[in-house]
Design a protein around this ligand. Structure first.
Ligand code: ATP
Ligand code: MG
Length: 408
């Protein structure tokens, strides 16, 4: 059966009454942007909802694309009919019979937002429910745990009939909460951190540190591919590639093996901060997750974090690895992240990295390097190459994998 509309319910901010108008028009823009491949669509926005008339477009694919747009709470494929009981009954039956798997129980759920409709919701419940039961052998009513909830939404512009509610990504429309600089390695965590930040309405730029020729071109290509995938969600993302070889070599020469990761991370942060300031980003996002490796103990995060003045956002800090992996699979970064190319940090991993580095010792080493360190930081910033990633060529996730359960 062909549905003729998509009903999109907008998320978090609809709760804040005064901002609603701004939020709705921002969301409408994001939705249209995501669906530019379907010029035949028509849009109407009202009370925290967007009604999209399909006009023959592939509703299933358009819906799959929308599940990746931040700020959307849920999406339903719907049939729209006139305020006419027979038409409503007909549509209800069609919607129910199209549902897979075939339900053995159902319940009616009627919302009458337009009060001039002649029957109230209790009556409609009965009038339509009885018709459905008469025409569907072996179907029973179960008001507690129905296989299917058949919904009628009676609005002034018509009646929407549907039974599927697909979860959206939630969050805020992209860019609504400002901009942040994402530290993007080739691993599993940082792309997920980037997606999580974008979901919260942050526009991101990404920065990656490479130690070419110690690290290969393939390692950088992998990060480019990850940034490209993030651009599918973020629209357009700048990726800053920072040459880190000289700094890394200088730090390695200090013969403080157990502190090298701490020292490297602090220098990375200083560079990320300069780039952030240049592009108006007000925070730095990392993929740190508490206790995962030596550099992510509380002691390490403390000493590393002190190198930055901007707020450090660590969206994954309290998540388990399995949760992080699950998100990375769903957003389509996992397969790339597990490619086996070395990162500039794996290259220099010491046998026993400090889990509780001493801030005074670390600062002492940096102070001794003084201007030399400062100069190399400046040179790394100056030598940074910036690529602009666009979403072209990126596929929406298969709906089958995402329709059933919620993100979290
Ligand atoms: P990831 O899976 O994101 O690589 P990880 O578990 O491997 O994380 P680390 O390698 O300790 O952890 O890195 C912690 C965080 O530091 C990363 O999530 C990322 O934000 C940042 N980071 C590490 N290496 C780089 C790099 N080469 N370029 C940019 N950021 C980096
Ligand atoms: Mg890593």
């Amino acid at each position: 059966m062909n549905f003729d509309y998509l009903l999109v319910r907008l998320g978090e901010l609809t709760l804040k009454g005064r901002n609603r108008g701004k939020f709705e028009s921002l969301m409408l823009g994001k939705i249209k942007q995501a669906l530019t491949a379907y010029p035949e669509l028509q849009y109407e926005c009202s009370y925290g909802r967007v009604y999209i008339k399909l006009n023959g477009a592939d509703g299933e694919r358009a819906l799959a694309r929308l599940t990746d747009v931040f700020g959307i709470w849920t999406i339903s494929p719907v049939l729209k009919v006139k305020h006419d009981l027979e038409e409503i009954r007909h549509a209800a039956l069609a919607v129910l019979h199209a549902h897979l798997p075939v339900p053995s129980t159902f319940k009616m759920s009627v919302k009458r937002a337009w009060k001039d409709f002649p029957h109230d919701s209790m009556e409609m419940n009965r009038l339509v429910g009885a018709h459905v039961l008469r025409n569907t052998p072996a179907l029973r009513v179960d008001v507690r745990e129905p296989d299917v909830e058949l919904r009628l939404d009676i609005q002034q512009q018509g009646v929407f009939v549907y039974c599927t509610v697909v979860p959206g990504a939630g969050g805020f429309p992209l860019g609504m909460n400002g901009k942040a600089m994402l530290m993007l390695s080739g691993g599993i965590d940082s792309p997920v951190a980037g997606w999580t930040a974008m979901r919260k309405g942050l526009e991101i730029e990404a920065v990656h540190f490479h130690s070419y020729p110690f690290t290969s071109q393939q390692a950088t290509d992998k990060v480019v591919a990850l940034a490209q995938r993030l651009a599918y969600y973020g629209g357009r993302i700048k990726l800053h590639l920072v040459p880190f070889t000289e700094l890394q070599t200088l730090l390695a020469q200090q013969k403080q093996d157990h502190l090298i990761i701490t020292l490297m991370r602090r220098s990375m942060l200083r560079i990320a901060e300069r780039l952030a300031e240049r592009s108006g980003a007000l925070a730095i996002v990392t993929g740190d997750s508490l206790g995962q490796v030596a550099s992510q103990t509380l002691g390490s995060m403390n000493v590393i974090g002190r190198a930055a003045e901007l707020p450090l956002l660590r969206p994954l800090v309290m998540m388990d690895k399995l949760e992080i992996i699950r998100i990375s699979e769903r957003i389509g970064t996992y397969e790339t992240s597990i490619l086996p190319f070395e990162d500039c940090c794996t290259l220099f991993v010491p046998k026993s990295p400090a889990t509780n580095p001493n801030l005074r010792v670390v600062e002492g080493i940096e102070n001794a390097l003084g201007e030399q360190l400062e100069r190399l930081v400046g040179e790394a910033v100056a030598g940074t190459e910036t690529l602009v990633m666009t979403p072209e060529g990126q596929e929406e996730r298969k709906l089958a994998a995402s329709a059933e359960d919620r993100w979290f």
